[in-house]
Ligand binder design. Structure first.
Ligand code: PMP
Length: 364
């Protein structure tokens, strides 16, 4: 059949490597490894959420509500953001990807704190944007004045995070106000609050009203993955600063982006505030034990309010991470230039804290 025309290969865009975590590492040691690397909750979700998800399973012959009305109604009541300006996502990660798709064209600049959550890089790179990294302040918080100063007429997207991942610090409302006023109106300002509830639990300020003072486009991202212990069902949400921004996020998502089981689970979890508060308090207690234990071993942890601790070690983190993995404890390390000696540990159960600190003592 040599005279048959050859079918041309589809032209695929050359896309950058998203740098996803190696999945196979998670199942190392026959699944007995302690997962202290992904900022997951060691605590199971609300029993009411589990019951609601089981119940929803019986009806999955039907498509989910494409406008997630029960969820956005509940979130609207609590935040004061009108329901039509709340856009749900398949995790807040979908929101980050969407922000890139709706705001960034080739040649545009995306201003991000450095180090911060790696998905921000993809929001730039996947859309041909140029990443403009802005170093954190010495205490690990976002340097809002430097973020503003890094903006040019080509900046279309600015990410800030409070609490910041990987350092865990929060911004003050005064700092968020400087950001809200200082970032040019030609850029979409995103405040990533994936760890929002931990910040509030630690006595931090709520930044939503301050973001509302911004004239230009803005959005706040939050998630059910952390404080609600629901990372596995992938539900996050966008509080959009205007109808226009909400509509833009609506356009770039897929129609049924949050499945019916996830919508039911998130809604039940949302209403079980006692369970959420228990999770936040247990996390606080273990976080403080982790920080104290790390200090005792000579590490220098950043001040953190979140469910993870990043600490500077006296040697390269890569060796520490692999030695801990051999002992059944999986933690993370910072891949950013200049941060080779930094480890990031997720706050786990009391047992996880003990096992991690014991293993670290052996390794150092
Ligand atoms: N933002 C930050 C700062 C994060 O750390 C994470 C998850 N680690 C996310 C967003 C994404 O979370 P999810 O997609 O599970 O909502």
């Amino acid at each position: 059949f040599s005279d048959e025309p050859t079918i041309p290969k589809p032209a695929l865009r050359a896309l950058p490597d998203p740098g996803r975590p190696p999945i196979e590492a998670d199942v190392a040691k026959g699944g007995t490894v302690r997962r202290m690397n992904l900022n997951e909750s060691p605590i199971q979700p609300s029993p009411k959420a589990i019951a609601a998800m089981q119940d929803a399973c019986a009806r999955v012959n039907r498509y989910p509500d494409p406008q997630w009305r029960a969820l956005t109604g509940a979130i609207s009541d609590a935040t004061g953001i009108p329901q039509h300006r709340i856009v749900m996502g398949n995790g807040s990660d979908e929101a980050i990807v969407s922000a890139g798709r709706l705001a960034v064209s080739p040649g545009d600049e995306v201003v991000v704190p450095m180090p911060s959550f790696p998905s921000y890089n993809n929001a730039a790179a996947l859309n041909g944007g140029t990443l403009v990294p802005v170093p954190l302040k010495a205490d690990g918080s976002n340097d809002v004045d430097a973020l503003v100063a890094a903006c040019t007429s080509r900046t279309r997207l600015v990410f800030a995070a409070s609490p910041n991942n990987p350092t865990g610090n929060i911004l003050t409302s005064e700092e968020v106000a400087r950001l809200a006023v200082g970032v040019p109106d030609t850029a979409l300002l995103v405040l990533d609050e994936a760890y929002y509830e931990f910040g509030i639990h630690a006595g931090g300020e709520d930044h939503l009203r301050v973001m509302e003072s911004r004239n230009g486009p803005w959005a706040v991202f939050r998630t059910f993955s952390k404080a609600y212990g629901l990372a596995g069902i992938r539900v996050g949400y966008i509080l959009a600063g205007s109808d226009e921004i909400a509509n833009a996020f609506q356009k770039v998502r897929s129609v049924f982006n949050v499945n019916a089981v996830a919508q039911a689970g998130a809604l039940a979890a949302w209403h079980d505030t006692a369970h959420r508060d228990m999770l936040l308090e247990k996390t606080r207690i273990e976080r403080e034990r982790l920080v104290a234990g790390l200090r005792e071993l000579g590490a220098e942890p950043f001040p953190t309010v979140a469910n993870f601790v990043t600490a500077k070690m006296d040697r390269p983190a890569a060796g520490i991470v692999s030695a801990l993995l051999e002992r059944g404890v999986m933690i993370g390390r910072l891949m950013h230039p200049g941060y080779g000696n930094y480890i990031r540990v997720t706050v786990g159960s009391p047992d996880d804290t003990d096992a991690f600190l014991a293993a670290l003592k052996e390794v150092l």
